[in-house]
Design a protein around this ligand. Structure first.
Ligand SMILES: CC(C)(COP(=O)(O)OP(=O)(O)OC[C@H]1O[C@@H](n2cnc3c(N)ncnc32)[C@H](O)[C@@H]1OP(=O)(O)O)[C@@H](O)C(=O)NCCC(=O)NCCS
Length: 212
C-alpha cells in the first residue's frame, strides 16, 4: 500500500525531496530553486507518495502569482524507477487537479500549466491521458517564471489544463476508488491511501457530479 500526503514544510523534508528529484528526475526535470519548493510545501501543494521502503514519487505545484493573476505549474513530477509503469503520473496529476479545485486555487483555462520535453512519457501522459492542451504563455507569466529563475525554454512544449480537465480527473479517480480514501493505481494491483487534511473522496464525488 502506498500513502500519499503533503510534504511537510520543514527543514528535514525538503532536502530529501530535492535529492529524490535530482537522483531520479533525469533531463526532463529541472531542480527548482529551494524557495520555490518551500512555497509549494507551505501551500500544501507538494505531494509525496511513499511505501514502507521510502519515497516512491513526488509531484509539486509551483505558484507564480502577482496580485489577482494566478498561475500554477504542475512540475517536478518524478516516479522512482521501481515504481514506474503503474500509471502513477496520470494518477498524481489527477490528484493535483482535484487539490487545486479543492483549495479554491483560482482555476480557469490557462492558469494551470506544465512544461514538457517533446517525445517523452510525460508529454504523452499529460496530453493523451490528463487532457492538457497546447498553450502559449502570456507576458506576465513569462516574466514571473523568469524572475523565479526558470524561464520558459523554447525547446520545450508548453501545455495547460482546459476547464474540463478537473471533471475528467475526478471521473478517472472515481473509477479507481477501492474504499474510503483508498484508490487503485491505474495499472496493477497496488493501492494508494490518501492522507489529506480534507475529505478527498467527497471533493472527488462533487467534482465528478456524483448524485447523493
Ligand atoms: C514521466 C514519468 C513520471 C512517468 O512515469 P509513470 O507514471 O510510471 O509512467 P507509465 O510507465 O505508467 O506510463 C508512461 C506512458 O508513457 C508512454 N511512454 C513512455 N515513453 C514514451 C516516450 N518516449 N514517448 C511517448 N510515450 C512514452 C508509455 O507507453 C506509457 O503510456 P501508455 O500507458 O499509453 O502505454 C517517469 O518516467 C519519470 O519519473 N521520469 C523521469 C522524470 C520526468 O521526466 N518527469 C517529467 C517531468 S515534467
Amino acid at each position: 500500500m502506498y500513502v500519499l500526503k503533503p510534504i511537510p514544510h520543514s527543514g528535514r523534508d525538503l532536502p530529501r525531496i530535492r535529492e529524490f528529484a535530482t537522483q531520479h528526475g533525469g533531463e526532463g526535470v529541472r531542480v527548482r530553486p529551494g524557495d520555490l519548493m518551500e512555497v509549494a510545501a507551505e501551500n500544501g501543494l507538494a505531494l509525496e507518495l511513499s511505501d514502507a521502503q521510502g519515497t516512491a514519487a513526488i509531484a509539486l505545484l509551483y505558484d507564480f502569482s502577482r496580485d489577482d493573476a494566478v498561475f500554477g505549474e504542475i512540475g517536478t513530477m518524478v516516479v522512482g524507477p521501481d515504481h514506474q509503469g503503474q500509471g502513477l503520473q496520470h494518477f498524481l496529476a489527477s490528484v493535483q487537479l482535484i487539490q487545486i479545485a479543492a483549495q479554491d486555487y483560482p482555476f480557469d483555462g490557462g492558469n494551470i500549466f506544465a512544461v514538457v520535453t517533446p517525445g517523452t512519457a510525460s508529454e504523452h501522459v499529460l496530453v493523451n491521458k490528463v487532457g492538457f492542451v497546447d498553450w502559449s504563455p502570456g507576458e506576465l507569466v513569462t516574466e514571473l517564471r523568469s524572475l523565479a529563475g526558470i524561464p520558459f525554454n523554447p525547446e520545450k512544449r508548453n501545455l495547460s489544463a482546459p476547464n474540463g480537465a478537473i471533471k475528467r480527473a475526478a471521473e478517472f479517480l472515481l473509477s479507481l476508488r477501492a474504499s474510503a480514501q483508498v484508490y487503485r493505481v491505474p495499472t496493477g494491483d497496488s493501492k494508494v491511501r490518501i492522507e489529506f487534511s480534507w475529505p478527498f473522496d467527497e471533493v472527488v464525488d462533487e467534482l465528478a457530479d456524483v448524485e447523493k
